[in-house]
Design a binder for this molecule. Structure first.
Ligand code: GDP
Ligand code: MG
Length: 163
């Protein structure tokens, strides 16, 4: 069966932007409003010679199941259930937040390969945030700019090595 990859991370880090770039069609809703992608979306991702199914999820949030935050967490758990690998995305410009740390520690105990992706890493501001991401204990972060299509070669290598 095809490789299935889920993109997870808190709202507004750029998950849908990466999804759109990999799928090449505007299947996922991109918006500046945090948490706007409330449904899982699936597409066929393409990166050089790699083909995979890709799931765009709403952000990881804490909260009870009746809140938006709780629903987003449930959607993420559902995505994890159907994926072979996750791309855990952080915002290299915003730096590591307590929510990133919380969910990184949760991800470390899941039995699923995780690729840490530091997005918005174009320019020098982003590079610092990518270094900070080492502290999450999820291995070497892949510095990426989903918007400017930078770092996709490193993402390719990380997926290829992990698959
Ligand atoms: P999501 O909530 O994680 O799905 O995030 P979105 O993909 O909707 O993106 C949230 C915001 O971040 C939008 O304004 C995007 O244009 C912006 N964004 C996404 N990728 C990048 C990037 O690589 N660099 C910068 N500077 N902004 C980005
Ligand atoms: Mg989104």
């Amino acid at each position: 069966q095809p490789l299935t990859i889920a993109i997870i991370g808190r709202p507004n880090v750029g998950k849908s932007t990466l999804f759109n770039r990999l799928v090449g069609k505007r299947l996922a809703l991109v918006d500046d409003t945090p948490g706007v992608t409330r449904d899982r979306r699936m597409g066929v991702g393409k990166l050089a010679d790699l083909r995979f199914d890709i799931i765009d999820t709403a952000g990881l949030e804490e909260g009870d199941s009746t809140s938006l935050a709780g629903r987003m967490r449930l959607q993420t758990e559902a995505a994890l259930g159907g994926a072979h690998m996750v791309l855990f995305m952080i915002d290299a410009r915003a730096g590591i937040t307590p929510l990133d740390r919380h969910f990184a520690s949760w991800l470390r105990v899941q039995k699923i390969p995780v690729i840490l992706v530091a997005n918005k890493a174009e320019g020098t501001r982003g590079t610092e945030g990518a270094y900070e991401a080492y502290a999450l204990g999820l291995g070497d972060p892949v510095a990426l700019s989903a918007e400017h299509a930078e770092g996709l070669g490193d993402l390719y290598s990380a997926i290829d090595e992990t698959a």
